[in-house]
Design a protein around this ligand. Structure first.
Ligand SMILES: Nc1ncnc2c1ncn2[C@@H]1O[C@H](COP(=O)(O)OP(=O)(O)O)[C@@H](O)[C@H]1O
Ligand SMILES: [Mg+2]
Length: 324
């Protein structure tokens, strides 16, 4: 994204009609989504938008069948909010919504298959093994080389993610990740900087916001560092000069390759020893809490939280929304 704030394309809040802010849901990220959703709701209302909270996909489905909403701001993290289910429902009823469509949502909900697409295009992502029932996890770890990361393929917010440095800790890490639905993966652990790149389409295609380098006080960016601790430092932009340009370009390429659109966030690790970038995942309904990253990146461009929400919502009124 150029270093300027995109001008609003819509100025009249009435143009949005009645807006559902989809939040909450039953998953492990419910609490975070409630906070994100409250922030979005307050921001849209402060700008005069007729916005209403709707908790979970079944409640939204009822409201859509009843014709109660003109469009949806989707801030339901994980589960049916981010996996293509609600996107398919809204497509079936012709109701516009923020963020990626069915394909990008469904693909990026699955970290394993997202990596397969990236690898097929030569995009860098940590080496990995899919862990299936009965798999010799010790052999897999030997193949990748310790340390490794074990994580569920379909969770978020670092839920169920473990860093494993010793073979003796592998079984516990796999048992933890296996508590969550879906498959598991084991990844080569990248030791170095944790970076994230917000992506926003303000009408000219997906563009990278300034990156953020996350410096947690503890060893890594776990749930506590994400949502509880005030000691995590966020440096924005996260890289200098050409490195920042390369990171932004890679994030946009990875986002588009995964079929994503509208807005989102791409998580990346930078290997300290080699400087190489490794793609971790795409978030299609990224956090919008007071600790969240996309709002921080937008602020670096001078775009405040309410302007960011407005810009994301605007995409539902654009002709390209129909073509996405
Ligand atoms: N391969 C990896 N190397 C190093 N750290 C990782 C790796 N995979 C995940 N992590 C750490 O775990 C966190 C969560 O992993 P991520 O893949 O982004 O899943 P999610 O955010 O959906 O839980 C990352 O922010 C990072 O701190
Ligand atoms: Mg992540």
């Amino acid at each position: 994204m150029s270093a300027t704030v995109p001008a609003p394309r819509i100025t009249d809040p009435a143009a949005f009609g009645r807006v559902a802010v989809l939040l909450g849901g039953p998953g492990s990220e419910r609490e975070v989504s409630l906070q994100s959703g409250q922030g979005v709701l307050d921001a849209l209302r402060s700008r005069g938008v007729d916005a209403h909270a709707v908790d979970g996909v079944p409640a939204l489905a009822e409201a859509i069948v009843a014709g109660r909403f003109d469009r949806v701001f989707n801030i339901l993290h994980g589960g049916d909010g981010e996996n293509g289910v609600v996107q398919g429902l809204l497509d079936a009823f012709g109701v516009p919504y923020t963020g990626s469509r069915v394909l990008g949502s469904a693909l990026t909900m699955d970290k394993i298959r997202t990596k397969q697409v990236w690898l097929s295009l030569g995009l860098p992502t940590p080496r990995y093994r899919r862990i299936t029932a009965g798999e010799d996890v010790h052999a897999a770890a030997r193949e990748l080389g310790l340390p490794v990361i074990v994580k569920p393929s379909k969770e978020g917010s670092s839920v169920g993610v473990s860093r494993v440095f010793a073979d003796a800790d592998l079984d516990a890490a796999v048992a933890l990740a296996a508590r969550y639905p879906g498959e598991l993966l084991m990844e080569q652990m990248i030791e170095g900087d944790e970076l994230t790149v917000g992506i926003l389409d303000a009408g000219e295609g997906p563009r990278a916001l300034p990156s953020i380098r996350i410096v947690p006080k503890g060893a890594w960016y776990d749930y506590e560092a994400k949502y509880v601790s005030d000691d995590t430092r966020y440096l924005c932009p996260g890289q200098d000069g050409d490195d920042e340009v390369r990171l932004g370009a890679l994030a946009v390429e990875a986002f588009v390759a995964a079929g994503c659109s509208g807005w989102g966030r791409v998580d990346v690790m930078r290997d300290r020893a080699t400087g190489a970038l490794h793609l971790l995942e795409v978030n299609t309904a990224p956090g919008m809490t007071s600790h969240s990253l996309v709002p921080k990146a937008a602020a670096q461009l001078g775009m405040d939280y309410a302007a960011l929400c407005w810009c994301v919502l605007e995409s539902t009124l654009m002709p390209e929304a129909a073509a996405r």
